[in-house]
Write a protein that binds this ligand. Structure first.
Ligand SMILES: [Zn+2]
Length: 235
């Protein structure tokens, strides 16, 4: 089946190595992760770990190699361990009729067949150790896994579909795809408070202008994006 998403993957690809621990943080609105990684000199074979926030096709579709006529779907990062929240994994296997169309039916079996799927229950994964800590959110979809990584300019939190772009920093704004909008708002508030307190970067997946921003509260107490960055290419 042809890839269902032209947006391709926008998930962080993290590449730690035992001899030279490193990770790349790349994001360019409209960009494709493979192209963004190539610009940093990272090939698909170099990628050791991919963190999936959830398995909706516009986030997980980039795990599939480009469609080739007559060929079964293949994974784009052949060596990578794929880290997924256990609840998000369960949801992908047993979607609700309301969000069934958001998942790629072939993907779970492909990932399982690699023997390198890691399901995460808590704040850390075996594959990444202390490189990344995770927060789980259930309002957009059950088990959304949000990775926080120490970047060269401070902590970076990948916000997945909890806060998909700068306009969603405004607390009451939610997406039509969110399964539990009031829970999204409660989870957004907790995340935004943390980002303000730690002066951290919020990394966006669906913002057409900005890759990342910081968050502050304005004089009316509203959360607003600040210090917006059009591109991130840190390693
Ligand atoms: Zn989603």
């Amino acid at each position: 089946m042809p890839p269902r998403s032209s947006a391709d993957l926008v998930e962080p690809a993290v590449s730690p190595r035992a001899d030279a621990p490193q990770h790349a943080i790349v994001r360019r609105p409209g960009g494709r992760s493979r192209g963004e990684l190539a610009a940093l000199g990272v090939t698909p074979d170099d990628v050791d770990v991919v963190v999936l926030s959830h398995l909706h096709f516009d986030h997980a579709g980039g795990l599939l190699a480009a469609y080739a006529a007559g060929q079964p779907p293949q994974l784009a990062f052949p060596r990578a361990t794929v880290v997924v929240g256990r609840t998000a994994w369960d949801r992908a296997q047993h979607p609700h009729p309301r969000d069934r169309a958001s998942f790629i039916p072939e993907l779970p079996a492909l990932l399982q067949a690699t023997g390198r799927l890691e399901l995460v229950d808590g704040e850390r994964s075996a594959a990444l150790g202390d490189l990344a800590t995770f927060t789980t959110s259930d309002g957009h979809t059950p088990g959304l896994l949000l990775a926080r990584i120490e970047g060269p300019a401070g902590p970076v939190t990948f916000l997945g579909d909890l806060i998909p772009g700068a306009p969603w920093v405004h607390l009451p704004i939610t997406m039509g795809y969110d399964r539990f909008p009031e829970l999204v708002i409660d989870e957004k508030r907790a995340m935004l408070e943390r980002l303000v307190a730690e002066d951290g970067w919020a990394m966006f997946t669906h913002d057409h202008r900005w890759a990342a921003a910081k968050v502050r509260r304005d004089d009316k107490g509203r959360y607003v994006a600040t210090d917006e960055l059009a591109t991130i290419a840190w390693r």
